[in-house]
Design a protein around this ligand. Structure first.
Ligand code: SF4
Ligand code: SF4
Length: 436
């Protein structure tokens, strides 16, 4: 057998195996459209490969096939074009936690908070009153309301509310002397042991600290001061199958569950660091955050901010929730990463197309408090949550980065990170396999 035929057979087998593997992984993911599409592609490819193998006696078509496959692989994996980063400029502007949608949702008409908030922000009163008049999440009236499951999730959120009281505590006066390398390794190890999926560290930028308390057990409206040097930030994975059922009830159940997991990690890590003799504060949902989580997670090198406003993490894409602690224990900071998300989001827009409330822009980024990003319309988004009675997450579900962390999807992620050509091919492939 000549060398061209041997290379031809090897490449034909590799390409066919890739699509078979893709079909198997998709079947495991219970995603039947990509199973069918990859089986059809495999059958077409094998037929063409066999046809060429049997009838191409002068090896011309085998050579053309080899060159086509090699060129494709080369173009897909070779860095091609520029990969954009998130543009950040100096700004002292801070975000007030009282302006978050969840905080605004809590202002009961004619209460002290309500009167004070809408005296300062009269422009928000009409839209917020309208939102408050709709059925609340987990209450009868939402499209996906289910009495038993709502009761279960309310129970989870109740625990979440209780845990929000355990963010701080006494510091052991007998300080353990530990260097920054040891401390970084130890804390990252413990975070993973407690259930974090990915962990990163960043110096705390004061822009990421909310200006005033908007929710949680601390005094509403109080100025937030956090002078810790570092943030340890981490992701917890949202279950792929639960997210695949968005915006059904599965997704809010999974969100509540992962928020509690994240709280457990933050509270335990902060306790541990205080036991070592250093100051530490857990930042947990429910809500006792002092810092803006997606911005911190980006700074800590966990991923990039997507068009939908969520973090897109290295391993699990949009399918994550975030947690953090701030601390003074000496640590080594990580650096932001470039995954090709900014460039991919520019051409993708799947979340915007599929967002039922049109809360995600199809347009360009804006400069928001010194960070260039796609700005979400939070009122529109929240209106849809209330009409469904769940936290929607359709944008998380359709995002091409949300596919499971396995070899097939990681090959695609690698291409997206490196090459502008790969981004175009990957988007075309995602539409073909998963639909628009
Ligand atoms: S959660 Fe739903 S409504 Fe909100 S931005 Fe995402 S897709 Fe749109
Ligand atoms: S769906 Fe597309 S545009 Fe939206 S965040 Fe994901 S990659 Fe970006």
């Amino acid at each position: 057998m000549d060398i061209i035929t041997i290379i031809y057979i090897m490449l034909a087998l590799s390409v066919s195996s890739f699509f078979v593997m893709f079909a198997v992984y998709s079947a495991i993911e219970k995603n039947f459209r990509p199973v069918i599409v990859s089986i059809i592609i495999t059958i077409i490819l094998i037929s063409i490969f066999l046809l060429i193998y049997n009838f191409d006696i002068h090896n011309i078509f085998k050579l053309v096939t080899i060159l086509t496959i090699v060129s494709f692989i080369f173009l897909y994996f070779t860095p091609f074009g520029k990969t954009s980063d998130i543009s950040v400029i100096k700004s002292d502007e801070k975000f007030d936690e009282r302006d978050t949608m969840f905080a605004r949702n809590d202002y009961k008409p004619d209460s002290k908070k309500y009167n004070e908030y809408y005296r300062i922000n009269p422009d928000k009163k009409k839209i917020d009153d309208k939102l408050r008049s709709m059925p609340d999440l987990l209450e009868r009236g939402g499209k996906y309301f289910d009495h038993n499951r709502a009761a279960y999730v309310k129970g989870l959120f109740e625990i979440e509310g209780l845990l929000a009281n355990y963010t701080e505590g006494g510091i052991n006066p007998q300080k353990t002397i530990i260097n920054q390398h040891e401390a970084t390794k130890l804390i990252k190890e413990k975070a993973i042991h407690l259930g974090a999926a990915e962990v990163g560290i960043v110096l705390l930028d004061q822009r990421w600290v909310y200006s005033n308390v908007g929710r949680g057990p601390e005094k509403w409206g109080a100025q937030i001061k956090n002078n810790h040097k570092f943030v340890v930030c981490y992701t917890v994975e949202m279950d792929y199958y639960k997210v695949s059922n968005a915006p059904d009830f599965d997704v809010i159940e999974e969100s509540a569950n992962q928020y509690i997991n994240a709280q457990k990690i933050s509270i335990t890590l902060a306790n541990f660091i205080r036991e070592l003799g250093y100051s530490a504060r857990a930042h947990v949902s429910g809500s006792n955050y002092q810092i803006i989580m997606p911005a911190v997670a980006y700074g800590a090198g966990l991923g990039e901010l997507g068009r939908h406003g969520y973090l897109i993490s290295k391993k699990y894409g949009s399918r994550v929730r975030l947690g953090a602690i701030t601390t003074d224990i000496p640590l080594i900071a990580d650096k932001p990463v470039m995954l090709g998300v900014q460039d991919f989001c520019k051409i993708c827009r799947k979340c915007a197309h599929n967002c039922p409330s049109k809360a995600i822009t199809e347009g360009k980024k804006q400069m928001v408090r010194g960070v260039e990003k796609w700005q979400l319309n939070i009122e529109q988004c929240y209106r849809y949550w209330r009409s469904m009675g769940t936290d929607c997450a359709l944008c998380m579900k359709v995002c091409p980065f949300s596919h499971p962390n396995n070899v097939v999807h990681n090959v695609v992620r690698y291409g997206i990170k490196k090459s502008s050509i790969a981004r175009r091919i990957s988007l075309w492939g995602d539409n073909l396999f998963y639909g628009k």
